[in-house]
Design a protein around this ligand. Structure first.
Ligand SMILES: Nc1nc2c(ncn2[C@@H]2O[C@H](COP(=O)(O)OP(=O)(O)O)[C@@H](O)[C@H]2O)c(=O)[nH]1
Ligand SMILES: Nc1ncnc2c1ncn2[C@@H]1O[C@H](COP(=O)(O)OP(=O)(O)O)[C@@H](O)[C@H]1O
Length: 184
């Protein structure tokens, strides 16, 4: 008999390095949840690997059917965590890591109070801006929106999350998140 896995939420402002960190976590006893989204796939992104890319009408149908553990609209697109896959992984004894925004994080916390809530902080706002710019993916308009949104997300994070990790030196941030997961 294997015991059940645990659920971890990893949030933080866009560009802080959440994706980079969660990709480097130990996957021996953990899986990354693959979210559904209505946004278009980016260059090199694969369906079922990075996201499940679905239409808005399909997404809305799945909301109606109660198929999401949580969902939220972020920068004009819908994002959601499929309940079935999360449940299956937890039942099979795997920890599940959800890299989701703070609105979704709060929904998970309500439904699943024992979830580990991890918030990734930037060293400072200038460094966050640099990282968003380095990605060279967003327009000036989008960059400004993401930075504005970042301030709000950090406020919500501070009030509602349990663990805080500053992503300054990447290796150190990865180790800190790993340690939180291992000791939860
Ligand atoms: N609530 C919720 N947010 C999600 C989900 N999947 C991704 N997100 C968040 O949506 C935001 C945009 O993600 P993405 O389009 O990949 O862009 P990026 O993270 O800014 O590079 C990020 O804050 C993600 O954490 C999900 O299933 N639920
Ligand atoms: N500790 C770090 N120091 C410097 N750059 C970083 C660090 N962590 C991540 N980055 C870079 O910042 C950018 C945004 O990271 P990403 O993981 O896409 O962020 P998020 O998933 O939070 O939007 C990427 O170009 C990534 O390589």
């Amino acid at each position: 008999m294997s015991s059940k896995g645990k659920l971890f939420v990893v949030s933080g402002p866009s560009g802080v390095g959440k994706g980079t960190i969660v990709r480097r976590l130990d996957k021996t006893d953990a899986v990354l949840s693959v979210s559904a989204t209505t946004r278009q796939p980016g260059k090199g992104e694969k369906d079922g690997i990075d996201y499940w890319f679905i239409s808005r009408s399909e997404f809305e149908e799945r909301i109606e059917k109660g198929m999401f553990l949580e969902y939220a609209e972020v920068f004009g697109n819908l994002y959601g965590t499929p309940t079935d896959k999360t449940q299956e992984a937890v039942e099979s004894g795997k920890n599940v890591i959800l890299e989701i925004d703070v609105q979704g994080g709060l929904q998970v916390k309500k439904k699943w109070p024992e979830a580990g809530m991890i918030f990734i902080m930037p060293p400072d706002m200038l460094e966050l801006e640099k990282r968003i710019r380095n990605r060279a993916r967003d327009s000036e308009e989008t960059i400004r929106k993401r930075l504005e949104e970042a301030e709000k997300e950090i406020e919500i994070g501070k009030k509602n999350y349990q663990h805080f990790v500053v992503n300054n030196v990447l290796d150190e941030a990865v180790s800190e998140v790993q340690e939180i997961i291992n000791s939860h």
